[in-house]
Design a protein around this ligand. Structure first.
Ligand SMILES: *[C@@H]1O[C@H](CO)[C@@H](O)[C@H](O)[C@H]1NC(C)=O
Ligand SMILES: *[C@@H]1O[C@H](CO)[C@@H](O)[C@H](O)[C@H]1NC(C)=O
Ligand SMILES: *[C@@H]1O[C@H](CO)[C@@H](O)[C@H](O)[C@H]1NC(C)=O
Ligand SMILES: *[C@@H]1O[C@H](CO)[C@@H](O)[C@H](O)[C@H]1NC(C)=O
Length: 216
């Protein structure tokens, strides 16, 4: 007798007497389905993924160093605008960010920490875009002597390596831990003349640094 005939038998209501193998098969299938469901739920709710970041656009309108002796007494005049996008890769978990402190450095030396982005709530699977604009005239930059040499070399090419860094503390929805997070974006910036057509910016991936802390 075929399996399916044994189960349904055409009678309609419920199971007949000789269907224990069928019941067993149904139970086994149910266990597999429940197991799969638990795996999906653990991935969706039990594991947290940090945000991903890319620098989408950046413009350098001015970057002029006034070298001094000692090199650490140098000053710099600059105008930088940058746009960074943050993506929340979690399936169901929102992320709540505290204020993001923005700093810029050249050759490992910080030259601006004036900007910050207010904290915000980041829904699951969404991308948020942050824009920052900083400028200064004759701001001190504690460069080293090789740093001044590096500036001169890059000045000759008109393209500068500037690092943008975002420091924040975030909280995943449903978790109590406050997680420090750092986003580091290495930007290669072509000095632009505002009167001339804007130069193309190469979209760059930023590095995410997470605190080794439970729940983060
Ligand atoms: C360098 O800066 C320090 C502190 O701002 C100051 O005391 C010193 O006179 C400066 N040196 C030169 C050569 O300007
Ligand atoms: C700064 O520039 C010097 C000279 O080019 C280089 O040797 C050094 O690695 C640079 N440091 C950083 C942090 O980029
Ligand atoms: C550059 O920044 C300085 C200081 O913030 C500002 O006064 C100036 O207008 C800015 N220039 C441009 C072209 O944005
Ligand atoms: C950078 O280059 C500009 C012209 O391209 C020049 O006027 C300036 O003196 C240079 N700065 C340094 C520190 O070498």
């Amino acid at each position: 007798m075929a399996f399916w005939e044994g189960w349904c038998g055409g009678k309609g209501d419920g199971c007949c007497d000789d269907c224990s193998w069928t019941q067993l098969a149904i139970w086994a299938a149910a266990i597999v389905v429940v197991g799969g469901l638990i795996t999906v739920l653990v991935l969706a709710f039990g594991v947290v993924f940090p945000p991903k970041a890319t620098a989408d656009d950046a413009v350098l309108q001015r970057f002029a160093l006034a070298p001094a002796d000692p090199a650490s007494n140098s000053t710099i005049s600059f105008n930088v605008t940058a746009t960074v996008s943050l993506r929340n890769p979690n399936m169901y978990r929102a992320i709540e960010y505290g204020a993001l402190a923005v700093t810029f450095s050249f050759n490992g030396t910080r030259f601006d920490d004036s900007a910050s982005v207010p904290g915000f709530k980041h829904k699951a699977r969404k991308t948020a875009t942050l824009s920052v604009r900083v400028g200064g005239v004759g701001k001190p930059i504690k460069l080293t002597r090789p740093g001044v040499g590096e500036f001169r070399a890059e000045n000759d090419t008109g393209s500068f390596g500037v690092e943008m860094r975002l420091d924040t503390v975030l909280q995943y929805k449903g978790r109590s831990a406050k997680c420090p997070l750092v986003v580091v974006c290495p930007l290669q910036l072509q000095l632009v003349d505002p009167d001339v057509a804007a130069t193309a910016f190469q979209r760059t991936k930023c590095t995410i640094l997470r605190a080794k802390k439970s729940g983060c």
